[in-house]
Design a binder for this molecule. Sequence first.
Ligand SMILES: NC(=O)c1ccc[n+]([C@@H]2O[C@H](COP(=O)([O-])OP(=O)(O)OC[C@H]3O[C@@H](n4cnc5c(N)ncnc54)[C@H](OP(=O)(O)O)[C@@H]3O)[C@@H](O)[C@H]2O)c1
Length: 291
Amino acid sequence: MSRTVLITGATGTVSTALIDALEGADVRLRVLVRDASRADGLRDRAEVVVGDLGDPRSLAPAFEGVQDLWLLTPNSPRAPENSMNAVWAARQAGVERVVRLSVIGAAHDAPNRSGRLHALSDQELERSGLRWTILRPHWFMQNLLNETGDIAATGTFSLNVASSRVGMIDVRDIAECAARVLLDAPDRHHGRTYTLTGPRSLTFDEVAAELGRVLGRPVAYLPVSDEAKHKTLLGHGVPEWIADMLEEYARAYVSGWGDFTTDAVAGLLGRPPRDVADFARDHAARFAPAV
Ligand SMILES: NC(=O)c1ccc[n+]([C@@H]2O[C@H](COP(=O)([O-])OP(=O)(O)OC[C@H]3O[C@@H](n4cnc5c(N)ncnc54)[C@H](OP(=O)(O)O)[C@@H]3O)[C@@H](O)[C@H]2O)c1
């Protein structure tokens, strides 16, 4: 009988790509959402259950009969609590395997709060007695979609990462790696942590050049100060905690912390990860000026 896979974060960037990557696979998909109306587009592909990772009581029915859990927690000071609630619900329900989305460099001494919070949840899962696999992806190329408005309007985008290099990854590759792990036998990747990156560590000048090549018009990266970026983010309604977290990442990248790649995607998928040129080509319409 097919295994039931419960997908958390189902309306978000990574889990949406994971649902696509699992299309046609011999699994029963169940998606956990806080608001059922946000899952209307998923009903033909998955069973929709309502639950909140912040509310343990809401999770028991959602986890019943599940063999595999894809565990994604949103960035928040409550992320370890959300993860803890899910792992506890998984244990209670007899879930066999948890595949968790973490982040590069997750550790108690990571130079950013997100990495330190993820480390807490990674360690809890490792000691949970459940079968586990942890995916630690690098900076998402899809973060560039936050810059589509500026690029379409002005041909520029602004980040506070100076000339740092980042081994950025296309979220579709993270999703395909997660799907590979979930579709392989439960013991195959048990106890493994995969640090997932793209094929190249790039400066944002190089990213701008790739976008410009695909769009057929110049695109420029404008380095800005931490203060300027912080103000812009708050102006867009980004919560202060998230803006501070992003600033910590930016500083780490400027120090060279993100300048690396790994072979993990190729090892899991048997092909190289997507390049930023592939990302740019596949998302070109999103960067085009409105007509
Ligand atoms: N961005 C990067 O470059 C990067 C790199 C490495 C790792 N990461 C990690 O990636 C994760 C974020 O993934 P993402 O970008 O795919 O997330 P996202 O697009 O922000 O989506 C977050 C998802 O979590 C759901 N959610 C929020 N609060 C919830 C709650 N209390 N209970 C249940 N579901 C809840 C949201 O559902 P609603 O529809 O209900 O809001 C949404 O589906 C974080 O853990 C982050 O550290 C990010």
